[in-house]
Ligand binder design. Structure first.
Ligand code: M6R
Length: 608
């Protein structure tokens, strides 16, 4: 999704800004641009496509500047094009970059046209530059103009702006879209993502909704929504270069798949002890609160929602709690009835997903006992806005396709199921069994990564197809859904998932030699029924790729049977997900897609 970086420094900032844009490429974007203050003029460069193309323009033009703003755009209003790329300007004097969506842009645009402003783009963002210009022409400073503009803007935004008449200061504003200030030596930055400026500073100030700040090389001032100057906490974060570089891997996704044993260790470490989960790992008072919980509501999106679907089964089986689960984007619109003593759980890698944040904010108005987040980014809005949090500690996930974030979300959700059961004094033996199994999980994930060779051999027979079907039953159905999502996301092959028993109710009609069927067949009480479902596929000429418990001895004919390492039944969904990630990756590699930044997608979806 869109990325903002801005800098005020005593040295040239052009290179730093482009470097920052490169660091945000993982978020997904379609164009990039920069505006650099050059005292008499502002250098304005934009490019459709990769940041490298913008960098080539910079190399050709060599603009020198100590104050600038830059942006990667992920199109919402108006096609991806150079003209729609940010920064946008008003009369060669005010330049802005914007993340988010201005919901009342049609009305505002019309009213600005009434004032004589001309629009050159189809975006909802350009009007912000005109609005600032309008108020500055009334004699207001950029800071005051930003407040006046804010009164009119509806929707989510993070904005950075510069003005031709001021070669020292830039002004930023935040409302429901992430924005932070980075504190350097003789230089200050603003960015939507700490990774963008992590090479320049480790000290960040996360702005709050309603904040406006004025930033120069040696100072910054932050004002809250009522224009009162405020002090916000400085957070020190070390983001190592190793965590944000590919190393010897071909893609971040590949690196992140193979990092999973360590990532899961980091999720579990210090959170279990002896035969049980430790108390209060979700925050002070969480164990007491869990004793009161009678119902659970989960909201999340995409891969995180799939983690929630697996967890719903664990909450029921281990903690004996009913659980309802909703797409975050739908939850608010179904008029949910909230029973007494319900806990709302949000799951999000980034903690900045607009749909999930909006669902949480809606839920806060309801009578939930408390809100709890499973999140990978400690500085995220979700973490700050939830009553209780457990960080997955997966380290930065750069590939758009979620891999280690999913696996660690599952490990964290299992800790939650165990904690809820412990607070209610339920199933102590089962808790002990699962706790011990959790300790072995990183090793079993390492074992499952060794199946790479067998999966590499399968990949060509899927890479040349247009469709694929994923099958799983019970707790493996969400894993099948996640497998299908991963394949379509990075290889652009149409993939669907079904609970295997549903096949005969319709989808069986799709089966022929062009429809590979990928099935999950762990040891379970319904293993035999699943095998019968797979026989139905085989009988109709379907090619089967079955990831199965070693006890499954099925003859798959044209396809392949891959035996999975054994582990405790409750943790098998985590392990069976690993080969599906590798399969998607290997298939996408053969199809030559942009694996880390698949077309049309963004890492952190900050618009509703
Ligand atoms: O950051 P979040 O976990 O809230 O993101 C939710 C989805 O956008 C995300 O999981 C998406 O589905 C992934 N790209 C899938 O790989």
């Amino acid at each position: 999704m869109c990325g903002i970086i801005a800098a005020a420094s005593t040295r040239n900032v052009g290179k730093l800004l482009v470097q920052g844009l490169h660091k945000m490429e993982y978020r997904g974007y379609d164009s990039a641009g920069i505006a650099l203050h050059q005292n008499e003029s502002i250098a304005h460069l934009r490019a459709l496509g990769k940041v490298q193309l913008l960098e080539n323009k910079m190399i050709a033009e060599k603009p020198k500047s100590k104050l600038g703003i830059a942006h990667t755009r992920w199109a919402t209003h108006g096609e991806p094009s150079e003209i729609n790329a940010h920064p946008h300007k008003s009369k060669d004097s005010v330049y802005i970059v914007h993340n988010g969506i201005i919901e009342n842009y049609v009305d505002l645009r019309e009213s600005l046209i009434g004032y004589g402003y001309e629009f050159s783009s189809q975006t909802d963002s350009e009007l912000i530059a005109h609005l600032l210009d309008l108020h500055m022409n009334e004699g207001n400073s950029m800071l005051d103009a930003m407040y006046l503009a804010k009164e009119k803007l509806e929707g989510a935004y993070a904005i950075a702006a510069i003005d031709i008449k001021d070669n020292t200061n830039l002004v930023v504003a935040r409302n429901k879209s992430p924005l932070l200030i980075g504190l350097g030596t003789d230089e200050m930055f603003a960015a939507s993502d700490p990774l963008a400026i992590a090479q320049m500073t480790n000290d960040f100030i996360f702005l709050e909704d309603g904040d406006v700040a004025e930033i120069s090389a040696n100072s910054y001032k932050i004002f809250d929504s009522s224009k009162k100057e405020v002090t916000r906490e400085v957070t020190h974060i070390d983001i190592s270069n190793q965590a944000t570089s590919k190393g010897d891997y071909r893609h971040f996704m590949e690196k992140e798949i193979y990092e999973q044993p360590e990532a899961v260790s980091n999720t579990i470490d210090g959170r279990i002890g002896g035969e049980d989960v430790l108390d209060n790992i979700f925050g002070l008072g969480s164990s007491d609160l869990f004793a009161k919980v009678k119902r659970i509501q989960i909201v999340a999106c995409g891969t995180s929602l799939h983690a929630g679907r697996v967890a719903a089964n664990w909450f029921s089986s281990i903690a004996e709690l009913p659980c309802q689960i909703d797409y975050a984007s739908e939850y608010r619109y179904r008029n949910p009835h909230v029973d007494d003593d319900s806990l709302i759980i949000t799951i999000s890698q980034s903690g900045e997903t607009a749909d999930t944040l909006a669902a949480l904010s809606y839920a806060k108005e309801k009578n939930y006992l408390a809100s709890l987040a499973i999140c990978n980014v400690p500085t995220s809005s979700l973490a700050r806005e939830s009553d209780f949090v457990l960080f997955t500690n997966a380290g930065p996930e750069i590939g758009v396709a979620s891999t280690k974030a999913f696996t660690t979300q599952l490990a964290a959700l299992m800790l939650l199921a165990l904690s809820l059961a412990k607070s209610k004094d339920l199933n102590p033996k089962l808790r002990g069994r699962i706790t011990n199994a959790l300790r072995l999980l990183p090793e079993i994930i390492s074992e499952s990564l060794l199946q790479k060779e067998q999966i590499v051999a399968i990949a060509p027979s899927i890479a040349n197809k247009d469709n694929a079907l994923f099958l799983g039953r019970g707790i493996f159905y969400p894993i099948a859904k996640e497998g299908a999502l991963k394949l379509k996301e990075i290889s652009y092959i149409h993939a669907e998932a079904y609970p295997a028993g549903e096949l005969k109710h319709g989808p069986l009609a799709l089966i022929d030699e062009n429809m590979p069927v990928i099935a999950l067949a762990p040891e379970s009480e319904i293993a035999e029924k699943l095998i019968s479902n797979l026989e139905e596929v085989k009988a109709r000429g379907g090619t089967l790729y079955v990831f199965a418990d070693p006890s499954v001895k099925m003859d798959v004919k044209a396809g392949e049977l891959v035996h999975m390492p054994k582990c405790d039944f409750f943790l098998t969904p985590i392990v069976y997900n690993i080969p599906l990630q590798i399969l998607s990756y290997e298939v996408a590699l053969l199809r030559g897609t942009d694996i880390d930044q698949p077309r049309n997608l963004a890492k952190s979806v900050t618009v509703e």
